[in-house]
Design a protein around this ligand. Sequence first.
Ligand SMILES: Cc1cc2nc3c(=O)[nH]c(=O)nc-3n(C[C@H](O)[C@H](O)[C@H](O)COP(=O)(O)O)c2cc1C
Length: 404
Amino acid sequence: MKTKKTVIAFGDMRLGKDSNRSKRTPTVRKDKNAIVPVDRFPISVGGRPRIETGASAVADLGVPIIARPSLAEREALDRIDLSVELAPARGAHERGLRLANPVMVASGTFGYGVEYGEVVDVQRIGAICCKGTTLRPRAGNPPPRVTETPGGMLNSIGLQNPGVDAVIEKYGSVWQGWKVPVIVNVAGESIEDYVEVARRLDGVPGVAGIELNISCPNVGKGGLQFAIDRDAARAVTAAVRRATELPLLVKLSPNVADVRPIAKAIEDAGADAICAINTLSGLAVSADRTRAFLGNTYGGLSGPAIKPVALRVVYEVAQVVSIPIVAIGGVTSLADVLDFLACGAVAVQVGTAIFADPELPVRLGDELRAECLARGLSSYAPLVGTALPKRAGASSAKGAEYRP
Ligand SMILES: Cc1cc2nc3c(=O)[nH]c(=O)nc-3n(C[C@H](O)[C@H](O)[C@H](O)COP(=O)(O)O)c2cc1C
């Protein structure tokens, strides 16, 4: 993402009749690029392979430095257990959903995995959530569909996809041969849509699980999103649970006042795990300021700008559910991963940052491993939930941040 310069000119209208002020030199605001590709593991001084541990292992960005580890160091790293279980074994799905490491890629930012085969060792990613898949093919929204924003981007792709049957036919056999679990992100406009897609995916070799994207308008409820209504969220989760024994993850929207009852309803309805968060609803204005910029008017905001919101949602949800939480929102560094773990997530997904650095998810897995080694841990479990309060606190929806 490029650094942008924004000229803020003060016109007469805003400054009234004070002509001296209206002639002021315009202020130039520089929006710093928030998604910066990080160099690969820095090479050790003098060329000697090493892994730094302790305080010196953490570079300015909080990234542990691993430079061509020796065999002994490699073995020590390999002994660290990064595996995580997101769903228990159920029926024919006797393996449940166990990831070799907790760094996944987010739906819509990594295609179907095959597109990145040339650039990334996809088998080393914790899991791939593929592009949102619907019952019938969808052409998506009119352009423009994306625009950069300070610290992130807005997108209104509109769930462009070839439909579930084509996805199964085109990618199922490829995924079957992969070590990395592929989770199909499912979208729909009615409970029947979701159920039918889930049924078709059930038993397909290569499909390791389903992630329900419930941030779609529910035609039966006048266009209201499933994700913003507790009863609708419960109903769609329960219906899909009945339709399939596949590991079932449900993805929350941040566009609600209080996310906790919705998360609880999803857990009660039988979800194996909760993913949080999807994009925040946003808007950009055209350059001539005569209309909204995106063809679809509204778009979903993602990237580092939304990380504090995602942290807040994960923090709140972790206090009311006991199923695993997968954090999503603005992950660009190991520090972000550690923050989400501290707030109760057991895994993370990397989304927007992949556009700047497709290798980031794999590198974050390596960095988490090195971090555990540096801290003398055999797994990352002790890093989970360390920032959570002892007792569940008030929801942010109660205006806690404005309390005098
Ligand atoms: C271009 C783009 C397309 C996306 N498509 C989907 C999608 O099809 N289904 C879905 O559940 N989320 C989709 N998302 C949301 C991401 O999976 C993720 O929840 C969100 O971007 C926040 O993570 P991030 O800040 O790391 O990008 C999309 C995001 C982007 C940027």
